[in-house]
Design a protein around this ligand. Structure first.
Ligand code: SF4
Length: 281
């Protein structure tokens, strides 16, 4: 039986930097309470590791006592939270990924140039919420948005997206938008880390007979990996697990070629443990 770990493996640069910043915040403020607003990155094992270093999670900024430390997540945060943090005299560490920041800058430049922005993303995801909070002229793409979009307001809006979407889905959405708004300007902003992971699945050998995706159920880029696997290799069994304990070895029985893919926020030792469980079975 051949077992292979697909690359990229382990943290993307954005996740790695966010974790380093959280530890820096802890170290630089030994006498303060340190909170991450929401999940720093979408992996529960990472969140638990941070808690062990006394870096807590706050689900609401108002739950953080005045004057303590707040860390904003790698996904970005709603604009109004900056003002609230200032009023509460919080010490701010912002771990937003440069790729997300770059999208925000593109949105800002376009709105300042009097354009509308159509944003393709998941309602409720922190990155999408952060980008949508920037300006009223940023509109979330939904199935019926194009019926209600007034082309006379702007016939060449910017079309931009959450960094962790599926390269298969976004292609068809772009085509649909261009049919309705032919002069729309498409900025495909799926980040390199997300794209490369999906491309590795798309180009799998024909003899692969099991795809295992390792990552957290909260992680957008991880869930997209499973979707890409299911859409591109419907004849191959595929599943998503958080860690080795969730892997029922009966599914590996009689398999000849197993591949392990992983999300951008999945710790490397969790991926290695899945690999070792299979090869040592
Ligand atoms: S998945 Fe992409 S956008 Fe998200 S933190 Fe990593 S590099 Fe940044």
């Amino acid at each position: 039986m051949k077992v292979e770990i697909l690359k990229p493996k382990a943290y993307c640069a954005g996740v790695s930097n966010a974790i380093k910043l959280a530890y820096k915040a802890r170290e630089e403020n030994p006498n303060k309470k340190v909170y991450v607003l929401g999940m720093l990155v979408h992996n529960n094992f990472v969140v638990e590791e941070l808690k062990k270093k006394d870096i807590q999670v706050a689900l609401d900024i108002n739950a953080i006592p005045n004057g303590e430390v707040i860390i904003f997540s790698a996904h970005g945060h709603k604009r109004e939270l900056d003002e609230i943090a200032k009023q509460k005299n919080l010490i701010i560490y912002d771990s937003v990924c440069p790729k997300v920041l770059n999208n925000m800058k593109l949105i800002e430049d376009n709105v300042k140039a009097d354009h509308y922005v159509i944003y393709i993303g998941q309602k409720g995801h922190p990155e999408a919420e952060a980008c949508l909070s920037l300006y009223n002229k940023v509109i979330l793409y939904t199935n019926n948005i194009l019926n209600n979009y007034h082309i006379e307001n702007d016939d060449s809006p910017l079309v931009i997206n959450q960094t962790t979407l599926s390269i298969l889905d976004i292609k068809s959405i772009h085509e649909e938008i261009l049919r309705a708004i032919p002069k729309a300007r498409i900025a495909n902003e799926i980040c390199g880390s997300t794209r490369l992971r999906q491309e590795a699945i798309l180009s799998l050998d024909k003899d692969v007979d099991l795809i295992i995706v390792v990552g957290d159920n909260n992680s957008s880029n991880t869930k997209r990996l499973l979707e890409v696997a299911e859409a591109s290799h419907p004849e191959v069994a595929s599943l998503m697990i958080a860690d080795a304990s969730e892997l029922d070895m009966r599914i590996c029985a009689n398999k000849n070629h197993i591949v392990i893919s992983s999300g951008a926020s999945t710790p490397e030792d969790i991926i290695d443990a899945v690999y070792n469980k299979i090869v040592n079975y």
